[in-house]
Design a binder for this molecule. Structure first.
Ligand SMILES: [Fe+2]
Ligand SMILES: [Fe+2]
Length: 214
């Protein structure tokens, strides 16, 4: 498969298929079990359940964005080594996506209606990062993952301690994101300029605020 050359039309259709799978289907996951699977369900108050579900919805959309970023980057990354090293990370993001989606259902909530918009935006940003060159694109992954870790830590501080299932998922995600960041830095990721980091923080703020409601 890897040696095959694809035409731009092939690539476009494959990308479209991947986008639809990510947004509406069941993307391919790894062999890893859902960290919440063996943990007991808890009795949350209506208000606690709603608030937690909205946080899981944000995390779910975050994973949609992660997929889109990786897919956009894979399209434009120059070194095949970069593509390959990101493939496993991207697949682990699919685990996160599946775990968050399942937890959302268990908490009687739904995915964000804004997912297609956030997918499109993140895909474009990922492709642009890939075009800027591999060291920037890897640096972008590392910075994104570090910001996601901080955000997940914040959620861990707000999700009820009794909700072991949600917490186990977030905890595992946090470990994975940190690992993805380390891989990207080891792969030659550059440190991003301050204004770019700030712009990333601002856009993720817009995402989390909007997805909390929609
Ligand atoms: Fe993730
Ligand atoms: Fe990640």
């Amino acid at each position: 498969m890897k040696n095959r050359t694809y035409t731009p039309a092939d690539r476009f259709l494959m990308g479209l298929d991947q986008a639809l799978q990510t947004l509406f289907g069941h993307p391919r996951v790894t062999e890893r079990p859902n960290p919440a699977a063996q943990l007991p369900e808890t009795d949350l108050s209506e208000e606690q359940r709603d608030r937690t579900a909205r946080m899981m919805r944000i995390n779910h959309t975050g994973e949609i964005c992660a997929q889109a970023l990786y897919q956009g980057q894979a399209l434009t990354a120059r070194l095949p080594a970069v593509r390959e090293s990101m493939e496993r990370s991207a697949q682990e993001e699919n685990d996160h996506l599946a775990w968050c989606e399942r937890r959302l259902r268990e908490l009687n909530n739904r995915k964000s209606l804004l997912n297609p918009i956030w997918y499109a935006g993140s895909f474009t940003i990922g492709a642009a990062a890939g075009l800027a060159g591999d060291k920037w694109s890897l640096g972008f992954v590392a910075e994104t993952e570090h910001q996601v870790c901080a955000h997940l830590e914040d959620h861990l501080g707000r999700i009820p301690l009794d909700d072991q299932k949600s917490r186990a998922i977030i905890q595992q995600m946090k470990e994975d994101e940190l690992h993805h960041a380390t891989l990207a830095l080891e792969g030659g990721g550059a440190k991003l300029p301050g204004p770019i980091k700030l712009a990333m923080k601002l856009s993720s703020k817009v995402m989390t605020r909007s997805v909390y409601w929609l």
